[in-house]
Structure formats: structure tokens, C-alpha cells
Write a protein that binds this ligand. Sequence first.
Ligand SMILES: Cc1cc2nc3c(=O)[nH]c(=O)nc-3n(C[C@H](O)[C@H](O)[C@H](O)COP(=O)(O)OP(=O)(O)OC[C@H]3O[C@@H](n4cnc5c(N)ncnc54)[C@H](O)[C@@H]3O)c2cc1C
Length: 332
Amino acid sequence: MTPFAYARARQVDEALALRAGHPEARFIAGGTNLLDLMKENVARPGMLIDITGLPLHDVETTADGGLRIGALVSNADLAYHPEVERRYPLLAQAILAGASPQLRNMASTGGNLLQRTRCYYFYDAGVPCNKREPGSGCPARDGLNRIHAILGASDQCIAVHPSDMCVALAALEATVEVAGPAGRRVIDFADFHRLPGDQPQRDNTLEDDELIVAITLPARGFARHHAYLKVRDRASYAFALVSVAAALEREADGRIAEARLALGGVAHKPWRDPRAEDLLRGQPCNAESFGRAADALLQGAQGFAHNDFKIELARRAIVRALEQAASQEGTP
Ligand SMILES: Cc1cc2nc3c(=O)[nH]c(=O)nc-3n(C[C@H](O)[C@H](O)[C@H](O)COP(=O)(O)OP(=O)(O)OC[C@H]3O[C@@H](n4cnc5c(N)ncnc54)[C@H](O)[C@@H]3O)c2cc1C
């Protein structure tokens, strides 16, 4: 590990000022991803700015009935928060499908959004990788790509975003509140993570000198009909090969009034296409309408040999998650 300086910030402005004065610095929250990357020599920050003392640990109801989650709320505290369990069980389910209890105790909400890909080549500092070293190449395209993207990949990068929590946040249409030298701004979740294009080194639209301060959920939580389905190699402590966040609201006659669908493990960002959701509106809950939505969401899917199986796997997982969401009767 490369030597680094360490500083602790107590206020958001203090953290931003430290960052502005030290371009080589990185914020550290739970450290569950950043420290691994430093040990592997993938990240070499000259300074760590510890943000765990910032006042960003609260979960509060917003004026319009939503929920504002401080960036430093741990994944465990969020999953077991009574308002999340009651009103946003899809989010609780997705968080609890990830990592392990110990990791969820340390991992923060903001850090979860910014965790980096699990691509083997990205983690191996001894081989080329356009995400780690722009312009060096992408060995994954013709190499071992079982865990890689089937949607939205580019010539330069076929890595996927590994988060479970973010798939639920995408389906729930969360927003991300960030603070930077120019003040605060709010980013729609759909615009937060990005596709690799010709800048695979950029995972998201956060600027280097900006800090995530909160995530806000709108009032609508789809508590009654939801499912988070995660398909992985082991039943626990493994990243998703494919995951699906499905949420429905149903009319009195059983037809679909509103639908949300997002996929994890298949692209450089949580994958959502409102056109697939539009196809579900007004339809009965059955295999035909679910299958049509799955086909729409997977339009243009392409494998790279070892991950070809993910296309059919994703289709089946979408249909099953929608079936589970439709049949489930949660607390409204
Ligand atoms: C073995 C293992 C298994 C895992 N399994 C899963 C899984 O199945 N599903 C899943 O979703 N996740 C999984 N994870 C990932 C885990 O959820 C993330 O590592 C964690 O959420 C990151 O949060 P953190 O607070 O520890 O971030 P850190 O490691 O502290 O930071 C990560 C990045 O975010 C930046 N950062 C942190 N907070 C902020 C902020 N507020 N503003 C700006 N920048 C910030 C840091 O500078 C760094 O670049 C696993 C991790 C491990 C080690």
C-alpha cells in the first residue's frame, strides 16, 4: 500500500475545503471498498479524508412524505430502519441481499453508490484496464467475462456496477443530494451512474470534489407489491450475476396501475427503461405481460461468450420477480 496522509472532518464545509486543497485526497466512509482497492494498488490516494464524523447519520421524513437518508447511515441501520421496513421494504430486501452483516454494519449509503466494479481485470493492477488506466485496453472483452455486462457496454469497457441497494434505489426513483465548492445540487438516480462509453474511468456524474450528503426517496414506496430477486453463485456473500427489483401497484380488478423494474449485475449502472414499465401499465398480471416487459427491458442485450447465459437468466429472473411482486401481499 502506498503511504498516505489522514485527516478527519467534522463538518461538510471542512471536508470540502480539505478536498479542494488536496486533489490527491479521497473521502473515506466505511472503507469496505476503498481500503481493498488501496491494498490491491488499484487506488493510491495521497490522503484520506475521514468523513464518518460528519452530521450525515439521520433518516428523516420529508415535507412531501418521502424519506431523506444521510449519506453516512450504515447499510444495516437503513435496512432495519422502521420507516424503511414499513414503507420501502424493496430497499430493505435489496440491502439485506448484499455483502454480510459485518460489512453492512460498516458500509455507508453514500459509499454503496460509489463502490467500484468487481471486474477481475480492474482489480489486477498487473494487467491493462481502461477503467483503471484509460487507453490501456480491455482484456475482459475476449477474456473471462462471466460476470460482465450484457447491456450498455462499450468497446472500451464491459464492467458492471455491483451494488444491490442501487438497483432498488433506481426502481424507487431516488435522488442524490451532493455538496461541492459551487454549492448543493440534486441528481436523479437515473442520471447518477453512467454507461462506460469512451470514458470508462468515470463511474458516475459526481465531480471529484463533490460529496454525497443524502439520498431522498419519494413518498411512493410500493410496499404492497415488490420483490428483489438476486441470482448469484452462492446463496450469500456473493455479488449478483443478475438481480431484479420489481415493484407494482395494482387496480382493484388486479390489473397493473404502475410498475417499476430495474436490473443489477448486467450493466455499468442499474438498468432501467421506462418503456418496459409502460408496457405493463393496464395489463393483467400474467406470464405474457411479464414476458413482454422482460423482452423490452433486455432489448439489445449482447453477451461476450462466457456471459451469454445471462440474457436468458435475466429474462427468467424478471418474469419471476414480477410474479413474486404480484402475488405478494405486504403491509400497505
Ligand atoms: C467481500 C465483500 C462483499 C460485498 N458484497 C456486496 C454485495 O453483495 N452487494 C453490494 O451491494 N455490495 C457488496 N459489497 C460492497 C459494499 O456494499 C461496499 O463496499 C460499501 O457499500 C461501500 O461503502 P463504504 O462506506 O465502506 O465506502 P468506502 O469504501 O468508504 O468508499 C467507497 C468510495 O466512495 C467514496 N465515498 C464514500 N462516501 C462518500 C460520500 N459521502 N461522498 C463522496 N464520496 C464518498 C470513497 O472516496 C470511495 O471512493 C461487498 C463488499 C465486500 C468487501
